[in-house]
Design a protein around this ligand. Structure first.
Ligand SMILES: *[C@@H]1O[C@H](CO)[C@@H](O)[C@H](O)[C@H]1NC(C)=O
Ligand SMILES: *[C@@H]1O[C@H](CO)[C@@H](O)[C@H](O)[C@H]1NC(C)=O
Ligand SMILES: *[C@@H]1O[C@H](CO)[C@@H](O)[C@H](O)[C@H]1NC(C)=O
Ligand SMILES: *[C@@H]1O[C@H](CO)[C@@H](O)[C@H](O)[C@H]1NC(C)=O
Ligand SMILES: *[C@@H]1O[C@H](CO)[C@@H](O)[C@H](O)[C@H]1NC(C)=O
Ligand SMILES: *[C@@H]1O[C@H](CO)[C@@H](O)[C@H](O)[C@H]1NC(C)=O
Ligand SMILES: *[C@@H]1O[C@H](CO)[C@@H](O)[C@H](O)[C@H]1NC(C)=O
Ligand SMILES: *[C@@H]1O[C@H](CO)[C@@H](O)[C@H](O)[C@H]1NC(C)=O
Length: 622
């Protein structure tokens, strides 16, 4: 009887414990919220540890959380945002935290971060490794109801809900300013984290309950961000974070090393431009606030509150940039586009607008314009669309880049829009040479090298004389950040090695350029309605015997070119160049220098047969 009683009671105790644990354990699907009970959206911070091999610099962590280096370095007490981090180095990463309604009965509190899937990623691995358990795979599933977790394409964008909380609006008089999302480690106790973050155990329990398990996210209320004491990092060459990665094929390593060296330089200019905006935004905000009561501004908001001294230094550093570009006012742009009226849309978020009698193309971006601005500032070439100025609208957290307006629109429209008159082969070839010259310039004559990453016919614009200019450097940033970038680009133009490994090199642009050549020759789109890519349809060119090639090419190429006579040699040459650009092994693709040379040869062939064409040299030496 006695033993029975004991076992019964232990069973009851067991039951109770279980029940207790279940009731208290945070939900793996996320943390529920009620929109009207919190000050949502709000600024929150995630506590993150630098981690080998991929997250040992602020650039890659910034990429992961969609914030700039400065936005992490400022709140984390790091004075030089470009230097490598030590493993386990502590960081505060700012989050925009909000209450998101998932369905009629469920609202979850999280920061909405978009993550682009890479090879070998799963919801579980990305949540537990890259995001260090700041979210759970269950929550990722709930937030992405349309994505089948077992079948995710590389390059797909997935929302990762990073757990966070906003201070509540009700109750307590003395409220905390932020809640820090912290992943509870096996060695932690509530008092230990309270003292570490300058909070108190009682308030941590009141927010999180008292049954905190290892690897749960806990929210630590603080009135101000504690200052992290950082190890003094000795100057290390910028290559070092890269050398941690496993040995690679030789050619690839060369590329990566080259780009990594560029990284340091790039990062520097990035910070300058970032600083300019920070400065401008801060001054504007102050102006708006009229009284300029600095105390009222939350300290360290998103890392945007720089000290006066830092602002002055940055201002001095970017003065070059200010001279070079016109800074437009948002009112000017509104007027030029009738308040960004749909009528003035050229494409996507690019508007046509007339300011002071000049026509411009105005591109609206979120804050990420920094990268494009940084690259455009470095390049200046007749075959690249010119940046004229920029504009910042802090109220809308938007930035505008203002470019020269290129009259004749995109090559894509000329090739694939039936309404346009058909381009002659001569014009097509000249366009190809223009684009090749522009690419040669960014690959060979900019330091560090720039990789455009999104060469396609819709990013090639034609001016009044049908000369080509490369536009849209929006993705080009990754040229200097080669290891951490997301898979971006356009289907039909992306080379296979990039999809597989995410390796960025100039050979990536060469591949995409090869696809553009195929478009010029065939008049077909890079990807057809059935999703078949154009570049996969030219294997015949290498297989067919010499004698039959011409016949086969005649069948494959644009019918509109057939009517022009005596071109086939020139077209055949360009076809051979295109096929050489599309080699599966990037190291065996031509370089832009070879391509420019070979295209000019094709142009000479054309010159031989046409009576009054431009001299090929004139065409090249613009
Ligand atoms: C966990 O989920 C249950 C039901 O789904 C809900 O009643 C409870 O409030 C949630 N707890 C937390 C901490 O969000
Ligand atoms: C918040 O919203 C809920 C329903 O959405 C409502 O029942 C509640 O009264 C609201 N609370 C406040 C403080 O407005
Ligand atoms: C970093 O932290 C992990 C886990 O907490 C630990 O195993 C590792 O030894 C630490 N590394 C360094 C360099 O402190
Ligand atoms: C997260 O952001 C993306 C794009 O920024 C948006 O499409 C999506 O609806 C957001 N998800 C939630 C749950 O707010
Ligand atoms: C995340 O949690 C899992 C257990 O749920 C643990 O194995 C893993 O080490 C944690 N990741 C980090 C980076 O702490
Ligand atoms: C809301 O979503 C949650 C998580 O996906 C699910 O468990 C719940 O049944 C849904 N509720 C409604 C009313 O659809
Ligand atoms: C409010 O602040 C006072 C002192 O500033 C402190 O003694 C008290 O514990 C705080 N209350 C809460 C609930 O944090
Ligand atoms: C900031 O970090 C430095 C080392 O980089 C450290 O010496 C200093 O004490 C830290 N600042 C504070 C206020 O802890």
């Amino acid at each position: 009887m006695g033993t029975k009683f004991t076992s019964l009671s232990s069973f009851l105790i067991f039951l109770f414990c279980c029940y207790h644990a279940q009731a208290q354990a945070p939900n793996t699907t996320g943390y529920t919220c009620t929109a009207n009970q919190t000050t949502s959206p709000c600024l929150a911070y995630a506590f993150y540890r630098a981690m080998a091999p991929d997250f040992l610099d602020l650039a890659s962590i910034g990429d992961l959380f969609s914030v700039s280096r400065l936005m992490i370095s400022e709140p984390s007490n790091i004075s030089s945002p470009t230097s490598p981090l030590a493993p386990n180095q502590s960081l505060f990463v700012p989050l925009t935290c909000s209450c998101n309604s998932i369905n009629s009965s469920l609202s979850l509190s999280f920061a909405n971060l978009s993550y682009t899937f890479k090879k070998d990623d799963t919801f579980y691995l990305v949540s537990t490794n890259k995001f260090q358990n700041l979210t759970t795979y269950q929550s990722v599933e709930v937030v992405n109801p349309t994505i089948v977790p077992t079948n995710i394409d590389i390059g797909a964008d997935v929302v990762f809900p990073i757990f966070c909380k906003c201070p509540s609006t009700t109750g307590l008089q003395n409220q905390s300013s932020y809640l820090i999302s912290y992943v509870f480690q096996p060695s932690d106790t509530i008092p230990s984290i309270a003292s570490r973050f300058g909070s108190n155990a009682q308030s941590i329990v009141s927010v999180n309950g008292d049954n905190i398990q290892p690897f749960d996210t806990v929210f630590i209320p603080v009135s101000r961000l504690p200052t992290l004491s950082q190890p003094t990092v000795t100057a290390v060459s910028p290559v070092s974070p890269v050398s941690v990665s496993p040995p690679e094929r030789n050619d690839r390593k060369g590329v990566i090393t080259g780009l990594a060296i560029g990284l340091g330089l790039c990062a520097f200019s990035l910070i300058l431009v970032g600083g300019l905006w920070t400065y401008r935004e801060t001054t504007r905000k102050k102006r708006r606030e009229n009284g300029g009561d600095e105390e009222r501004q939350p300290k360290g908001r998103g890392g945007k509150g720089l000290s006066k001294e830092a602002q002055m230094n940055l201002m001095a550093d970017v003065s070059d940039c200010l001279d070079k570009y016109r800074v437009f006012g948002i009112e000017e742009l509104r007027e030029a586009t009738d308040g960004f009226d749909r009528r003035w849309v050229i494409q996507g978020s690019v508007y046509k607008g007339c300011i002071g009698g000049e026509v411009y193309a105005i591109k609206k971006m979120k804050w990420n314009a920094r990268d494009e601005l940084k690259i455009l500032q470095k390049v200046n070439h007749g075959n690249l669309v010119k940046l004229e100025g920029f504009c910042i609208d802090p109220e809308d957290a938007s930035c505008y880049l203002i470019y020269e307006y290129v009259e004749n629109g995109s090559l894509y429209a000329w090739l694939h829009n039936d309404k346009k008159e058909k381009l002659s082969w001569k014009t097509r070839l000249r366009i190809a040479i223009d684009v090749a010259n522009g690419l040669q310039y960014i690959h060979e004559h900019t330091r560090p090298q720039v990789v455009h990453k999104d060469i396609k016919s819709s990013n090639i614009l034609l001016d009044a004389n049908m000369r080509a200019k490369i536009a849209n450097f929006g993705l080009a940033k990754s040229g200097c950040n080669a290891i951490t970038m997301h898979i971006v680009g356009t289907q039909g133009y992306i080379p296979p090695e990039y999809l597989a490994d995410g390796v960025v090199s100039t050979k990536m642009d060469v591949f995409s350029f090869g696809v553009v050549l195929l478009e010029l020759i065939s008049g077909r789109e890079a990807i057809d309605e059935e999703g078949k890519v154009l570049w996969a349809s030219v294997d015949w060119f290498l297989d067919v015997k010499e004698g039959k090639k011409e016949k086969r090419l005649n069948r494959w190429m644009d019918d509109n070119l057939l009517q022009e006579s005596c071109l086939i040699d020139s077209i055949m040459n360009v076809m051979a160049i295109a096929v050489a650009c599309l080699h599966k092994d990037p190291s065996r693709r031509l370089s832009m220098v070879d391509i420019v040379y070979a295209l000019c040869k094709s142009d000479e062939l054309l010159f031989d047969v046409s009576e009054n064409g431009l001299s090929p040299l004139q065409v090249v030496a613009r």
